[in-house]
Design a binder for this molecule. Sequence first.
Ligand code: KG4
Ligand code: ZN
Length: 337
Amino acid sequence: MNILAFESSCDETCAAVVRDGRTVLSDAILSQIESHARFGGVVPEIASRAHTEAITAVCDRALADAGLTLDGIDAIAVTAFPGLIGALLVGVNFAKSLAAARGLPLIPVNHIEGHIAAGYLAHPDLEPPFLAMVMSGGHSSIVEVRDYTDFKLIGATRDDAAGEAFDKAARVLGIPYPGGKEMDRLAALGDPDAVPFPPAVIRESRYDLSFSGLKTAVINYAHHCEQTGEALNREDLAASFTKAVCRGIESRLENVLEDYPEKTLVLGGGVAANSHIRETVTKLCERKGAALKLLPLSLCGDNGAMIGAQAYYNYKAGITAGPDLNADATSRFSFHA
Ligand code: KG4
Ligand code: ZN
């Protein structure tokens, strides 16, 4: 079954063709980063307009790269939530129109479930049940994937998302949006013990994370340096911040691996590209005897292929939508809860 899938929840316009949930025939991505960078973050209005301009061409590219026309497509899939509402609506309306015009099934997909399903594309042997942690610009969630369409949210951030924290800390260092990747590079050059930042956790919970205290600590530290004329070592700050993030993630995942029976872990989302987090979680899984399924960097960030992967399993479970499909900005966690 060939699924043409769309993703437009944030600042990337994506379309992909995926066969039977596992094989990527094409994965076209148009990033809007340059349009947003000068504002220091994603501007929702600009994102919606850019998706509207790009989506037809991105769809054409996905079909061409797959060597197909719409005649070779069996279903249309789209991210319906969560995300920026105006941005989501562009993908949802485009997908609805295409499905209606071609008489094809329309499959709605939860963006977070899509990030998890990226694991099926990278690891042909991966099958539920397993554990997953999704860390992106908008989410930080630990999930028990009981079956392809059966999810239990175990823990999440109580405030900012991991990517948001990376981007805000980067901003303090004068790094343009999105700064996560540059923070990764700088952190490798600094001393992680230079500044003792608090770990990114909620003490009263075994599974929840919190990034806002850490973010404030980084901002306060930078202000302190500014006021006292102390030199701010960018590499040390990036390394110390990253260590606090890694310690938070490590402690929550350690608790989850102790408390839950599944011993396979998928790391997804843009922040799962971070080399220090990957190293920390790799060591943790070795210690705990768990199998870690990392994703190639191309499948960590937003893409259409991950939506096409989850869509296949949604379709098999009877999860389709009619012409009244709407987008939702919030994270009702799944269509099946
Ligand atoms: O999953 P994603 O592409 O989009 C959302 O769904 O939000 O994640 C984007 C986030 C941004 O905050 C970006 O700074 C962060 O992922 N990111 C990283 C790295 N690469 C991207 N954060 C830390 N280290 C990286 N190497
Ligand atoms: Zn995402």
